[in-house]
Design a protein. Structure first.
Length: 340
């Protein structure tokens, strides 16, 4: 047995234990077709007995590349993005490519810091849901040989493959659903509208409102897309005269909707009798809220899987034309707009 249980076994230790050369151990690990089945089993037995763990970081440093993929998302605490990451991990795991996740927290400076770090780590590719104006930076990274795929965003040109949902359609669906329930004074809570997805959802909602006589849409830009932002937005509405309040709220995502619901319930406002409420993403918590929240569903897992597939394709064939699959959202109506 290995003499020091606190030390890590090395390739030479495995070779000595198995009675083979270090080169044979390397072949058994990296090119098993070059050694016999008997030798592979002997090497594997030595690995198991010694507790040898291969140092992929050192191997990749020697080869000047890293099989890992860097992934930057807007908010890792948002279950929607957690599912997108899970979809990417499931897909890339088949290709033995681990995913390193960076959370921008909707902060452009943090996003740039993650980009610098991932490029320093020589990741094999980047998946990113951008918050800042980083397209020029991404072009530089791509030009140096690191493929980039945009997630939950489609850029206007063909620089990068992208995976997105038709957010303008989703915003229209949300507003049309509220209008179909007889609501006419709509307010959208969440932001900032500098986030492209938010701007597109609002544009879709505005188009639906414009098509109905007497309907209006106002906006409360909270500067973030979390539960506290929803509470803040609802408090601003509650500070208005009751007669001037909206009769429906379109929250930019489900976390905002959850915060708004908490504040409305605390203030004794009935949902949906006084104010109807719809969110976006259809995260698991939406259905289990005190008043189950209607939402526009995005296929998060499928988006992550498809983005990963596009990245693998870009690694395999850098000259292939970029693809831009766009998913269609679906409406999930619950008690927050329909009543009990």
């Amino acid at each position: 047995m290995y003499p020091d249980p606190m030390a890590l076994a090395q390739v030479r230790d495995v070779a000595t234990h198995a009675g083979v050369s270090p080169a044979t151990v390397s072949n058994a690990l990296n090119h098993p077709e070059k050694v016999s089945e008997t030798t592979r089993r002997r090497v594997q037995a030595a690995i198991d007995e010694l507790g040898y763990v291969r140092n992929d970081a050192a191997r990749q440093l020697r080869q000047r590349h890293n099989t890992a993929v860097g992934m930057i998302v807007l908010d890792v605490a948002n279950p929607f993005f957690a599912d997108v990451v899970r979809g990417a991990e499931d897909s890339l795991g088949v290709h033995r490519r681990p995913v390193l996740v960076g959370n921008s927290g909707q902060d452009a400076e943090r996003e740039l810091a993650h980009l610098r770090l991932f490029e320093e780590q020589r990741v094999s590719g980047l998946l990113i849901s951008p918050v800042g104006d980083v397209l020029d930076r991404l072009r530089e990274i791509s030009g140096r040989g690191t493929p980039v795929v945009l997630v939950d965003r489609h850029h206007g040109d063909d620089d990068f493959p992208s995976v997105a949902v038709d957010d303008e359609l989703g915003g229209r669906m949300a507003a049309e659903h509220l209008l179909d329930q007889g609501r006419r004074r709509l307010t959208m809570i969440g932001g900032p509208t500098s986030i492209r997805q938010v701007a597109q959802r609002r544009a879709g909602a505005q188009a639906a409102v414009d098509a109905v006589a007497g309907a209006t849409l106002t906006t409360i830009d909270t500067g973030a897309m979390d539960v506290e932002s929803g509470r803040t937005g609802a408090r601003r509405l509650l500070a208005e005269d009751a007669a001037a309040r909206p009769d429906a709220i379109f929250a930019a995502n489900d976390l905002v909707a959850l915060g708004a619901l908490q504040e409305l319930v605390r203030a004794g406002v009935r949902v949906p009798e006084d104010v109807a409420l719809i969110g976006y993403d259809d995260i698991e918590f939406a259905a289990s809220a005190t008043v189950p929240i209607s939402s526009v569903r995005q296929p998060a897992l499928e988006m992550g899987e498809r983005a990963a597939a596009l990245l693998v394709a870009a690694v395999d064939d850098p000259d292939a034309p970029p693809e831009h699959p766009r998913f269609t959202p679906t409406l999930v109506a619950r008690e927050s707009t329909l009543g009990g």
